[in-house]
Design a protein around this ligand. Structure first.
Ligand SMILES: NC(=O)c1ccc[n+]([C@@H]2O[C@H](COP(=O)([O-])OP(=O)(O)OC[C@H]3O[C@@H](n4cnc5c(N)ncnc54)[C@H](OP(=O)(O)O)[C@@H]3O)[C@@H](O)[C@H]2O)c1
Length: 232
């Protein structure tokens, strides 16, 4: 963390790897950063590369730990929700525990962290960016619980935008297509497909879409960004 009081502060969940780590690298030039995730070693390693960053390790499904972790955060310019899980399965084969866990991480934890940080976001007239998915617009066979969680996340973002716009809080949903991360590797494994990284978005390309929303001028709110892998 720098000691420049004029530098904006951004909290990025899911920053220990994948899209969240790329968002951290992209915003590090002009933001102080809090790096969210559960893996403290990965967070310390990334913070070592980025002098403006501080690890913020917390399991987002642990309400008490989250309440403790936000204590003292009175002003927050940017909140980027990158943490998420991607659990596939047909309706016939998806048990209640999978539905609960997917909604717990992808929706409930996002709502609770946002709620706790709203006073700090209002104080800064801050921006909230939510990593959604192509699955937040269209549900395919085998994707019911993941897509339902992302539809719910889009609804959450739309309601938050309507409620908090008057308080100066700007809200963006970013909908990437398949992106080359651990999550995508696991998704392709569950689909019994072949992992072809050259067919997927690079994490830096998704981070650029997040940065577009974060760095928009004060008169502008980027409502939704859809990013898909370009076809050859
Ligand atoms: N990859 C894609 O193709 C793709 C496409 C569209 C949308 N998305 C969305 O983009 C976001 C990031 O995906 P990704 O591919 O970067 O995923 P990833 O590589 O699997 O990383 C997931 C991140 O979420 C964190 N996380 C998971 N559960 C958590 C919990 N209970 N508490 C705190 N942190 C938790 C992980 O932290 P630890 O590692 O420290 O546990 C990790 O940093 C997700 O919302 C995903 O749905 C991804």
């Amino acid at each position: 963390m720098t000691d420049d009081p004029d530098r904006p502060l951004a909290l990025i969940t899911g920053a220990s790897r994948g899209i969240g780590a790329a968002v951290a690298r992209t915003l590090a030039d002009d933001h102080d950063l809090l790096l969210g995730g559960r893996d403290p070693q990965a967070l310390v390693a990334l913070a070592g590369e980025l002098p403006s960053a501080t690890p913020w390790p917390v399991d987002l499904t642990d309400d008490a730990a989250v309440a403790q972790a936000v204590r003292g955060l009175d002003r927050l310019d940017v909140l980027v929700h990158c943490a998420g899980v991607g659990l596939l399965g047909t309706v016939a084969e998806t048990p209640a525990a999978t539905w609960r866990h997917q909604f717990e991480v992808n929706v409930v934890a996002v709502a609770e962290l946002t709620r706790l940080l709203l006073p700090a976001l209002r104080a800064a007239r801050g921006r909230v960016v939510l990593l959604n998915s192509g699955a937040g617009h269209a549900a395919r066979a085998g994707w019911a619980s993941y897509a339902a969680s992302k539809f719910a996340l889009r609804a959450f973002a739309d309601a938050l935008r309507a409620e908090e716009g008057g308080n100066g809080v700007r809200v963006t949903s970013v909908h990437p297509g398949r992106t080359d991360t651990d999550m995508q590797r696991e998704v392709v494994r569950q689909e019994s497909g072949e992992y072809r990284p050259e067919r997927y978005l690079r994490v830096e390309s998704v981070a650029a879409a997040v940065a577009l929303a974060v760095r928009a001028s004060a008169d502008a709110e980027v409502v939704e960004v859809v990013v898909r892998p370009a076809t050859a």
